[in-house]
Ligand binder design. Structure first.
Ligand code: ADP
Length: 306
């Protein structure tokens, strides 16, 4: 069986600019696969090629076993797309937004109606079935866009920044729904700027930068590989750093990064704690577990990219 999504040496050129530069990855059956990267990394462009809305410049891309270049119709049947924008039909109430989609996919009304009611219930929108789109909160709109993407019961759901702009409660509700879909066997690919979202939801992920994949793995293995168990954050002026850094630099298994007013020490918890103990003012030292955000920032840089 082919994997739900398989990309090999995938390239996208916009004129002379290469937005996606030879990426190879697979999304496995039933998993939630994350695509992380700073703005401009090429995530949305990759999604557009998967969704058959932007032609592939070079390389191979198969979705549900179908070639996006020659079998777009088949790809669209197995794929649900949740775009970044809530592109709902503002002229139609909530339920009709789903009905129109079902018609588009040629689903008979008698089959579509119970499916739509179930979906409205699942996404906690039943009470809003007759509401205007304008009257929905941001979280409700997102849930409706996800419900809409599922009307034709796709095997694979692709979500471009599914919770950007939502407040924490609304994000958690979306996460809960996505976990439920996963437990029902839906394979998911999502892009996100939120590292906690990726850590919560993703079985495996890639970090992209300038059109290329920098690393791939599950959140735990990526943290172990690139950061280590502990991170010590030290707020120190440049002149205070020298003696400490001289000492830290040679310690095996410890890595140091200096960024503006901060020093980050990555490595084993014992080593980090020993260093923290040397700081005269403990309020300036913060020892915490390594996380995915550290991986991301170490690989893509802490400077502003745009
Ligand atoms: P991401 O989703 O990771 O933020 P994108 O895939 O949107 O990144 O963009 C990748 C790069 O391609 C960016 O430098 C962006 O400016 C460029 N780009 C995206 N779409 C187009 C387009 N239609 N024409 C030219 N350049 C584009």
């Amino acid at each position: 069986m082919p994997h739900p999504i398989e990309a090999a040496g995938l390239v996208k050129n916009y004129g002379s600019f290469r937005a996606v530069d030879g990426v190879t990855f697979e999304v496995r059956d039933g998993e939630c696969f994350g695509m992380l990267g700073p703005n401009g990394a090429g995530k949305s462009t990759t999604i557009k090629m998967i969704a058959c809305t932007s032609p592939v410049s070079a390389g191979a891309l198969r979705v549900g076993g179908f070639d996006v270049a020659t079998q777009a119709r088949e790809v669209k049947r197995v794929l649900g797309i949740v775009p970044q924008e809530d592109n709902l039909d503002e002229d139609l109430p909530v339920r009709q937004n789903l009905e129109v989609y079902a018609r588009y996919f040629g689903i008979a009304k008698r089959e579509a109606m119970p499916r739509i009611e179930e979906s409205l219930a699942l996404f906690q929108l039943s009470e809003k079935a007759e509401a205007k789109i304008d009257d929905l909160s941001g979280g409700m709109k997102r849930r409706l866009v996800i419900a809409r993407a599922l009307v034709h019961e796709p095997r694979i759901l692709v979500l471009d920044e599914p919770t950007t702009g939502l407040d924490p409660q609304a994000r958690h509700l979306v996460w809960q729904k996505l976990r439920l879909l996963k437990s029902r066997g839906v394979t998911m690919l999502l892009t996100t700027h939120y590292m906690d979202e990726a850590a919560h939801l993703c079985d495996r992920l890639v970090i992209m930068h300038r059109g290329q994949i920098l690393t791939e793995g599950n959140p735990h293995s990526l943290i172990a590989e690139h950061v280590g168990e502990a991170v010590l954050e030290l707020r120190m002026e440049a002149h205070e750093r020298a003696p400490l850094l001289a000492e830290v630099h040679g310690v095996p298994g410890v890595d140091v990064e200096e960024v503006e007013g901060m020093v980050y020490v990555y490595g084993a918890p014992e080593a980090a704690r020993r260093i923290a103990d040397q700081i005269s003012d403990p309020s300036l030292a913060f020892l915490r577990p390594g996380n995915l955000e550290d991986v991301f920032l170490r690989l893509t840089g802490r400077g502003l990219l745009d």
